[in-house]
Design a protein around this ligand. Structure first.
Ligand SMILES: Nc1ncnc2c1ncn2[C@@H]1O[C@H](COP(=O)(O)OP(=O)(O)OP(=O)(O)O)[C@@H](O)[C@H]1O
Ligand SMILES: [Mg+2]
Length: 512
């Protein structure tokens, strides 16, 4: 029997003549975890879609050997039957179905009469949830009630329920909290110990370093190298990914902080489904011209809800006052916010950020359409020129500017969404997890851009769950916990410990 569970040889896949991956190899032993690394658009997701037959046999070239035999799968069902299960980068839940229905979609337990046995299904779903330490989830509720992170864990529960021999995780933790990530990594280790193999794709290289036995790096669709993790470290992986060493991950630049430009006073928001529950509790803060204000906290702390309220897109009850340049403003909808000079890059790009089938370019200029309309006509040339500019400025990797944005790699979609929100030249820019799913090189570019904006006097409010990022670029850090503002620190000598202690509401004790 072959030493390898999986061998992919010389895989090439093109889209309309443009090669997305070109002659890639990937091998996975039984019980092994292979980390798959590469910049945005390198071809990681494409390679995994070839493997799981999202792109069926015949639509790519090369050879896949599965347990020593050639695999010529025509659809996902066949690869799943073989034991290959993929968790996609973008969430694949059906929002209006319950958690249990999503988990068992297509394989619902049935009673003798052939009807779905809901009691059994819910009971099994509950068992799974318990294993994932998610007993707080009500499996009989529609999945849209839960945050992106929770939905991602449900997706993982669904995959684990399929008895995978090889589990493919494509950016599984980009929406997870630190503790959810911990749960996931421990679970993978447990499954590995029982013989399951996995391919782990992540831009969070410390996770790769922890979980992978072997790392394969691809760049621009070609194979750069495969090495045992024991011979690597995150810096070496970065060097392989970007083709050069990166010493400084945060390009801090001096910028002047001016007068208060934005003020939120006594903001409270209530849960959409449970009107008794406060998700933002009496939060007040000031934001100055040219200031980068980080917002740290555990997921569920109310940060996204606060941002939504400020941007006019919170659907539940809310109260509190917002001032822009000293005047109270009323923001009833995002359109009001943008008109006044407040822009937001949302956390969930698929739900709020993009129109998937519309061209990348038009997704970018959507925020300033008026600029390109005169007398009812769209001045397409000016618009196309702007699109071209933005694509170059943000280094959005796309074969053509008007390709549907959904066909871009995850990270490149994100860059386009950031570009879209910079076009209206905001006074206040709210960024909710702006670097989610973005590779180290592109992160660096986004940080540079944030500093550039700060220098121009834009006030930036940046929500981020990546502590190094918050500490790496903020001038000041707000810490939220359970909807309340629990800390407001100038970022000088601030440590992760101090921020975390504030987030969970512990009294801050200075280390001796
Ligand atoms: N359906 C498609 N049509 C056209 N081009 C595509 C399609 N899917 C992917 N591509 C292109 O193939 C290349 C590889 O994309 P892929 O999604 O595999 O990258 P990735 O390594 O997963 O990146 P990320 O880290 O951003 O998720 C990109 O240039 C992308 O634009
Ligand atoms: Mg991808």
């Amino acid at each position: 029997m072959s030493d390898y569970l999986l061998e992919m040889h010389d895989i090439t896949k093109d889209f309309n003549g443009v090669k997305a991956i070109d002659g890639i190899h990937l091998q996975v032993r039984r019980g092994e975890c292979v980390g798959l690394c590469g910049e945005n658009g390198a071809g990681k997701s494409t390679l995994m879609k070839v493997l799981s037959a999202v792109y069926p046999y015949g639509t790519w070239s090369g050879q896949i050997l599965w347990e020593g035999k050639e695999l010529k799968a025509r659809n996902i069902r066949e690869t799943e039957e073989a034991g290959i299960v993929i968790i996609h980068q973008e969430l694949m839940m059906v929002p209006h179905l319950t958690v249990a229905e999503n988990i068992f979609l297509g394989s619902e337990p049935r009673n003798k009469a052939g009807f779905i046995d809901y009691d059994l299904m819910n009971a099994q779903a509950e068992k799974l949830m318990a294993r994932l330490k998610m007993s707080d989830i009500n499996v009989a509720l529609p999945v849209y009630n839960y945050s992106g992170g929770k939905q991602q864990l449900v997706e993982i529960a669904k995959a684990l329920n399929k008895n995978a021999k090889l589990l493919i995780l494509d950016e599984p933790t980009s929406a997870l909290t630190t503790s959810e990530t911990r749960t996931l990594l421990d679970l993978i280790k447990e499954f590995k110990a029982n013989g399951m193999a996995c391919v782990y794709i992540s831009h969070k290289l410390d996770e790769v370093a922890e979980i992978a036995d072997t790392v394969t790096v691809i760049r621009d669709g070609t194979h750069i190298g495969t090495q045992p993790m024991a011979e690597l470290d995150t810096n070496k992986i970065i060097t392989m990914m970007v083709g050069r060493e990166m010493k400084n991950l945060f390009p801090r630049e001096a910028h002047t902080i001016g007068e208060v430009v934005f003020e939120a006073k006594n903001i409270s928001c209530w849960d959409v489904t449970n009107r008794e529950r406060k998700v933002v509790d009496n939060v007040s803060f000031e934001l100055r011209k040219g200031e980068i204000l980080g917002v740290a906290g555990l997921v569920g702390a109310g940060r996204t809800e606060l941002a939504c309220k400020l941007f006019g897109c919170w659907n539940g009850d809310h109260e509190g006052k917002i001032f822009l340049e000293g005047k109270e403003i009323s923001v009833r909808a995002p359109r009001d916010a943008v008109r006044l000079g407040i822009c937001m890059v949302p956390e969930d790009r698929k739900r709020h950020g993009i129109v998937p089938l519309m061209g990348v370019g038009y997704n970018i200029t959507m925020s300033v359409l008026k600029r390109y309309t005169s007398g009812g006509f769209i001045q397409s040339e000016a618009e196309l020129a702007e699109i071209q500019n933005q694509i170059i400025r943000m280094k959005v990797k796309t074969a053509e500017p008007l390709l549907p944005i959904a066909s871009l790699s995850g990270g490149n979609q994100q860059k386009a969404v950031v570009a879209k929100m910079l076009l209206p030249e905001p006074k206040v820019l709210i960024l909710d997890e702006p670097t989610r799913g973005i590779d180290v090189g592109a992160k660096y570019e986004i940080y540079k851009l944030i500093f550039e904006l700060a220098k121009q006097g834009v006030a930036v409010l940046m929500i981020s769950s990546e502590m190094p990022e918050v500490l790496g670029i903020s001038d000041r850090v707000l810490v939220m916990g359970e909807g309340k503002l629990r800390g407001n620190f100038v970022n000088e000598g601030l440590t992760q410990e101090k921020v975390l202690a504030a987030a969970i509401g512990q009294p801050i004790t200075e280390a001796a």
